[in-house]
Design a protein around this ligand. Structure first.
Ligand code: TYD
Length: 134
């Protein structure tokens, strides 16, 4: 099922004196099947990742370490989500302009994606994105 709004999703959290455990199950905790997993790390201070949209790909972003912000824009309004714990993540439907920024030192972003990597799924031009979404 494809949702139309980005949203924070709280993940199961198994608390333990030995250390906590969280998990993501496809089609249960997140509304898509996981096709691809990648992570972003060693981001120099002040760098911005993204600044593009996907036509088909949906994503779920978890901050495994440190902190960063994700700005999600549907073409008419934008919303900033601050991620800084590993027991929740941000679901981003397809057709959203998104940027990741304000990475802290040693931050680690895990991205679960619904499609194979496909350069033609990207929209890199904000004006084209707005037309595409109209
Ligand atoms: P990109 O998606 O533009 O990263 P970001 O949104 O964080 O700025 O990808 C950066 C580079 O990595 C680009 O050359 C494409 C490549 N890449 C892959 O080869 N496979 C992948 O699954 C991803 C996400 C990126």
């Amino acid at each position: 099922m494809i949702e139309d709004k980005p949203r924070i999703i709280d993940l199961p959290k198994i608390l333990d004196d030995r250390g906590n455990l969280s998990l993501v199950e496809e089609l249960k905790d997140i509304p898509f099947k996981i096709r691809r997993t990648y992570w972003i790390y060693d981001v120099p201070g002040g760098e911005v990742r993204g600044g593009h949209a996907y036509k088909k790909n949906q994503e779920f972003i978890v901050c495994l370490s440190g902190s960063f912000d994700v700005v999600v824009d549907n073409g008419t309004e934008s919303k900033t989500f601050s991620l800084n714990r590993s027991y929740y993540g941000l679901y981003i439907p397809q057709g959203m302009w998104r940027q990741m920024l304000n990475f802290s030192t040693n931050s680690l972003a895990l991205v679960l994606a619904s499609t194979d990597f496909d350069k033609s799924d990207y929209i890199f031009d904000y004006e084209l994105f707005k037309d595409y979404n109209r």
